[in-house]
Design a protein around this ligand. Sequence first.
Ligand code: GLN
Length: 500
Amino acid sequence: MTDLIRKTASELAALISSGEVSSVEVTRAHLERSDAVDAAVHSYLYQSPEASLIAAAEADRARAAGEVSSPLAGVPIAVKDNLATIDAPTTSGSKILQGWQPPYDATVVKKLRAAGMPILGKTNLDEFAMGSSTEFSAFGPSKNPWDLTRIPGGSGGGSSSVVASFQAPLAIGSDTGGSIRFPGAVTGTVGTKPTYGAVSRYGLVALASSLDQIGPVARNVLDAAMLQDVIAGHDPHDSTSLPESLGSMTAAAKKLDVKGMRFGVIKQLAGDGFQPGVAARFRESLNLLAAAGAEIVEVDCPSFEYAIAAYYLILPAEASSNLAKFDSVRFGMRVEPGEKATIERVMAATREVGFGPEVKRRIILGTYALSSGSYDKFYGAALKVRTLIQRDFDAAFAKADILVSPTAPTTAFKFGDKIDDPLAMYLNDIATIPANLAGIPGISVPNGLAEEDGLPVGIQLLAPAREDARLYQAGAWLEKAHEEIWGKRMIDFAPELEVN
Ligand code: GLN
């Protein structure tokens, strides 16, 4: 049954649950797909087909014994390689961690296992999740299945391309400034950054701890909702994880109703300066919402102008501190500098070889921003901007239930286009970064194809903290409205990718 790979996770769950197919069959179909296409796409850094099939057989055994552990039991999933896995190496896309095998599972990984979801492998990412294209992975980039000469987004380009190339029905990503949502937009997949604290970060290789959040990557909104329900919840191992439940995302995704909902178009992100096809699809979706009885209002978020500047001070400051632990003593790589090997020299030699250029750039930037002479001028100023952005959101959410914008200014760009121009790469995240600075949830939903290049475009929905359910409710409605117009689902537009 090769068409198993083109099904959504909820469809697969139903087939497994009715006994029509087994988890082993579904898992094997996806592993075979990887054999056929991953040499070209390079979504995975690591796979162990044997371990995946053992987990699938265990899911089948449990089901036969009447123990159904979750609505997604038996459905396989890929996991970004910055999540700790006890049975597989965890590199975070960096040479410095090459060969490191964690002594424990991240909480999210534990939850996936407990939910009966076989893990298909670890997906590629920009080194330590710094980047927007996977070009900063120490192990080579992942490709966009829609056009192999283009980037699949980043940092989670492995997780987006693995779903878009039908190697996995679901994947886990992490989003610090857009690394779930941007890859979703450029590969025609759904990606959610939940409310900060909704999903435990325990076992996530930290980039910037006050911004990082783990979330789902999926084919459609319902699948993303079901996955968020599996991975969310309080965790005593993560002191920032929320104590309360945010309710059922799955139930929200099934409501299919936007009547009376107020959608705020962010003036600063309304499409000016964006690629024409991105802006055009965005306006069409606003019209669809209005026609369905939603209210469209404009909201002003003047401080967003400074969001990227603030983010690129706060993130490097936190990252430079988080990455200090990669010192050649505790994890991974160790480089001996020759005869006079003092501890400082071993550390310096290891970090010189082990870290790539973008990581070094951010460590230098962050260390400088935190240095005593610059702290107030840079880091302190950035924190003030962060507060202003949170206030902009508060004012905007007084007028609107959900804020909307295109997820990214352009469709997938070509490899090499931005790699030598850090600022151009950073500007890419203009629409996604504010949500991380404010800790609010955001989702990118496929919004059709841009006329000029035929590539996927995303629409981003944002909600107040803890109101993730609104995103799934409105996102699922929009997806259904699109499918009615197109006569097929977004994934049915995805190219076949006949490679071997
Ligand atoms: N592209 C952004 C950055 O480079 C986002 C990273 C992320 O979300 N992990 O920081």
